[in-house]
Design a protein around this ligand. Structure first.
Ligand code: BG6
Length: 494
């Protein structure tokens, strides 16, 4: 995309009073504004159902809280871009009458006037930070509010989840494909915008050292963890219907796995990268009941833990069986990975917040070393730390100083944030920047979404016939998650 088009652009956010807009989207747009990647010529239209004034909306954004170290001057300039607009885009809104509906007419008028005044030339990004049940309706409203013969570039971004299951996602995709072209559609998975996640492909394919051994001949197992100390907070309404499998496994964990396991793409362009990535969820073997652990956090009265149980959280049903933790043993059925167990886990209200991947290499033969000096837990491991302490570490063995041949595991550790912290864009900043640039590489392709839902639906079926286990809030997760690896003599790498 050339610079002029970047300058002539309007951003329209649906779901503007939602938490994501306040905590992530507006702060990300602010950072782009500070870096001059958007300017005062780029209006940010914020739409939600509530009727309120622009000033009221801006104060609800609470920008001083969510944008670190922001100054009043910076804010005064930035808020001039924000234009609040209320609109009923619920399922009840009759889209067929949209053109004659006053609500939509005023929205169309407001957008088109802003476009004219700021010379946006019809270039628009629509970001849907709303539940998937509203996607189709909003997409139709958007189409109907665009002037005929609009020549600008149109992009529409859908926040995850894209559908609730395979059937609903297929239905949704079919209908939005009749409204927009695939090159206008951006299915967001913000994990793909994280710096270390973006590093994975380069790390694998620009270093001769690793790619040659990135297969079942050398790798013993792969572990992917997204651990959160936060509970469900104010999102119980969404989370209690969703659970960890749909909230995290279907999307973030699946995208991370796809990046770490995919074959070399023909090039780094969006078509080639997304084509290779989408082959991973399709190649997954269907797991067995014993490969899945579902769990919920629960305080144990006997050990004086005063933390809240999940079912005591505000908005959660006291009979809820929703899993707040999932661990799964997966396997990719292709020549590169057949036989390598892939362990993934994620949960809420755990001991700490971090996301990382561990690629654990096979043990060397111990036959060279005296008995008792060669340990099974000293194999080479590559650790990709996605957050918070971003970096990549390689564990390897050295000789412990002194007489004898004792092996000692040590680490070479690259600290990403020490080197780049100030310049590293946060995930949603990278997401917006990629949409502005018209680069779909970090957005999930339909093939990926579809095969990932297919697999997830199967996991959900297994989960229906499984008992939920429990873990203490603030712990590292349920014992059953350790047993998942323990059965084969392996351990989670912490
Ligand atoms: C979201 C999930 O997609 O990702 C949340 O809906 C989760 O439940 C969040 O907390 C985690 O993202 P991050 O960037 O904070 O690790």
């Amino acid at each position: 995309m050339d610079n002029d088009i970047k300058k002539e652009l309007m951003i329209v956010i649906f779901g503007a009073t939602g938490d994501l807009t306040k905590r992530k989207l507006i702060p990300a747009l602010f950072q782009l504004y500070k870096k001059n990647n958007i300017s005062t010529k780029n209006p940010i239209v914020c739409i939600s159902r509530s009727d309120m004034s622009n000033d009221n909306f801006i104060s609800r954004l609470d920008m001083k809280k969510y944008i670190p170290k922001v100054t009043k001057d910076d804010l005064d300039d930035f808020i001039k871009l924000i234009k609040y607009h209320s609109l009923d885009f619920s399922e009840n809104c009759n889209i067929d009458k949209c053109e004659s509906c006053d609500n939509c007419k005023t929205l169309a008028m407001a957008i088109n006037t802003l476009d004219k005044n700021n010379q946006c030339h019809g270039n628009r990004i629509f970001y849907l930070a709303t539940p998937p049940s509203t996607f189709e309706n909003i997409s139709r409203i958007i189409r109907k509010t665009l002037p005929e013969n609009c020549k600008g570039q149109m992009k529409i971004a859908f926040e995850k989840p894209f559908g609730f299951d395979l059937e609903s996602s297929r239905k949704l995709n079919k209908s939005i494909s009749t409204i927009f072209n695939e090159d206008e559609i951006y299915r967001v998975d913000h994990y793909m915008g994280k710096a270390l996640v973006q590093d994975i492909l380069l790390f694998r394919f620009s270093n001769l050292l690793y790619e040659q051994v990135w297969n079942n001949k050398f790798i013993d197992n792969i572990q992917i963890t997204i651990s959160e100390s936060m509970g469900v907070e104010y999102r119980a309404g969404y989370y209690d219907k969703t659970g960890a499998i749909k909230d995290m496994l279907q999307n973030h964990l699946m995208q991370l796995l796809s990046l770490v396991a995919m074959d070399e793409p023909q090039s780094f362009n969006a078509v080639h990268v997304r084509r290779e990535m989408s082959k991973i969820p399709t190649s997954l073997k269907l797991p067995h009941k014993n490969d899945l652990v579902i769990s919920q956090y629960k305080r144990y009265l006997d050990n004086k833990n005063t933390d809240t149980s999940y079912i005591e959280e505000y908005g959660v049903s006291n009979k809820s069986k929703t899993e707040t933790f999932v661990a799964l043993k997966m396997e990719i059925d292709n020549n590169r990975w057949r036989g390598v167990p892939i362990y993934v886990r994620t949960g809420k209200r755990l001991k700490s917040t971090f996301a990382e991947m561990n690629i654990v290499f096979k043990d060397v033969s111990c036959k060279l070393f005296p008995k008792g000096t060669c340990y099974n837990n000293s194999s080479n491991t590559i650790t990709i730390r996605i957050q918070p302490d971003t970096g990549i570490a390689l564990s390897f063995n050295i000789k412990k100083p002194g007489p004898g041949l004792e092996i000692m595991p040590v680490k070479m550790d690259f600290c990403h944030h020490c080197l780049f912290n100030l310049n590293t864009p946060k995930a949603y900043e990278a997401v917006f920047q990629a949409i502005i640039n018209g680069d779909q590489t970090i957005f999930t392709s339909w093939d990926s979404v579809e095969s990932s839902w297919k697999y997830t639906d199967h996991i959900l079926d297994i989960a229906k016939n499984k008992d939920l286990s429990y873990y203490g809030p603030g712990s590292t997760g349920p014992k059953e998650a350790c047993d998942l690896l323990g059965a084969s003599g392996r351990k989670w790498i912490n």
